[in-house]
Design a binder for this molecule. Sequence first.
Ligand code: ATP
Ligand code: MG
Length: 199
Amino acid sequence: MDKDAKHKASMEKQKSNVDASIAAADTEQSIVLLLTGNGKGKTSSAFGMVMRAMGYGQRVGIVQFIKGEQLSGEELFAREHLPDSDFYQMGTGFTWDTQNRQSDIEAAERTWAEAARMLQDPAYDLVVLDEITYMLSFDYLDEAQVIKTVQARPEHQSVVLTGRGGGSGLQTLADTVSEVKEVKHAFRAGIKARKGVDY
Ligand code: ATP
Ligand code: MG
C-alpha cells in the first residue's frame, strides 16, 4: 500500500472507532469535573466552560475560594457580566501563611455558604468552585459535606472543581478528572506573570 492509501485506511478505521464510541456514550446527565495538577490551565479551563455555558444563555455561578494578590481578568469579567449574586470571592480573611487559622476557617465557611446556595438552586446550569481543593487540604471545610452537597445538586447542573492536590474523595466524586501536568512554565525562566494570560 502506498502512503496515501495507508493513511486513508488508518483514518477510516479511526473514524469508525470514534463513531462507535460516540454512539455508545448516549447517557444525558450533568457532570462533575475536577481540574487538578501542578501545571497552568485549571482556572482558565473552568472559565472556558463559563464562556461556553454563557454562549448558550445558561446561568453560571462562580465561587473563588482564594483571593489572588492582584485583581484578575476573570474577576473583572464576572463583575461586569454576571449579577452580584452569581460571583463570590472569598476576599480577605484567608492567608497563605495561616497567621490566623480561625479567621481563615470563618472565611472558608462564609464562602462555602455561597457555594452551597448555588448547588441547591436549579437556576444554575454550571457552578464553578475555583481553588476549592485548598479548603479541603487545609481542613477548613469538611470534605464529606462538600461531596454530599455536590451529589445532591439539581439534576441538570454541572460542577467544576479546581485546585492543586485534588485527592481521592474528589476524584471519586468527579465524572471527569484532568490532571494538568507542568512540562514547562514561563515563570521558571524568570518571565513575569502576564495580564490576560496568567491573571
Ligand atoms: P490559570 O489560572 O492560569 O489557569 P491554574 O489555575 O492552573 O492557572 P493556579 O495554581 O491556580 O493555576 O495558579 C494561578 C496562577 O499561577 C496563574 O497566574 C498561573 O499562570 C500561575 N501558575 C500556574 N501554574 C504554575 C506553575 N507551575 N509555576 C508557576 N506559576 C504557575
Ligand atoms: Mg487556579
